[in-house]
Design a protein around this ligand. Structure first.
Ligand SMILES: [Zn+2]
Length: 234
């Protein structure tokens, strides 16, 4: 199978669904990552958006090595993502590029604006994937991927429908997240818990709910033609 994880920022994939990707990788599937923004305001340690974006893309590529994933950057502005014909075109291109059986994406009701817009765009372009007259650069694909939304930051306003046991890959997930070095300095400025602590607590809490040590959690997208196949989750 081809599995595509779509996120708003470098580190979204590692925080929310990297354990699931590692499980897929163990099973021999192909992993793709596509990001709508490169997180180009996500640091005060750099002097320009370009410099932050470049540093964070490099961190994402390092994290992707741990996950064995290919990465595609769409490069819209951080904290400024909008649902426009241009951003839709870019997301359609990314989905067609990966030709996925499964898509994991941000939740459209996530309190973070970039997360919510990313999830909304993915949901709304699903019916455009096979259309040859839809404005896009990649050719149409004929697969009908199942779309699952991953959780929100620390689980706020997110009630899971299904859980994936990530206990045996949790250490690797932490290793992948640890590549996002710029985010440690940044998060420490305004948060009581560091990024790895947040991961430990959130994934353990989801595991507690599901009867595992560590878990990631999802909700499924439903629309005619793209009904979720829960059996495709690892
Ligand atoms: Zn994010």
């Amino acid at each position: 199978m081809n599995v595509l994880a779509i996120g708003a920022h470098p580190d979204d994939i590692e925080v929310f669904c990297a354990g699931t990707l590692l499980k897929y990788k163990q099973q021999g599937h192909n992993i793709f990552i596509a990001l709508t923004t490169s997180g180009n305001i996500g640091s005060n340690e750099y002097e320009s958006r370009e410099a932050i974006g470049q540093a964070r893309e490099q961190e994402q590529l390092e994290a992707a090595k741990v996950l064995g994933a290919q990465v595609r950057f769409m490069r819209f502005d951080d904290q400024g993502l909008q649902d426009t014909p241009e951003s839709r075109r870019s997301v359609i291109n990314a989905i067609r590029w990966a030709n996925p059986d499964v898509i994991l994406a941000n939740y459209p009701l996530d309190p973070s604006t970039d997360h919510a817009i990313t999830g909304k765009i993915v949901s709304e372009v699903m019916l455009s994937i096979p259309g040859k007259l839809i404005p896009a650069d990649e050719p149409p694909i004929s697969r009908n991927p199942s779309l699952f939304f991953y959780g929100t930051a620390v689980g706020i306003d997110f009630t899971p429908e299904v859980y994936v046991d990530i206990t045996d890959v949790f250490d690797q997930k932490k290793e992948a997240l640890s590549k996002h070095v710029s985010q440690y300095a940044w998060m420490d400025v305004y948060q009581t818990h560091g990024l790895l602590d947040i991961l430990e607590i959130t994934d353990k809490f989801r595991g507690l709910q599901a009867g595992f040590i560590y878990a990631e959690s999802y909700r499924a997208f439903r629309i005619h033609g793209y009904m979720p196949n829960f059996k495709l989750l690892p």
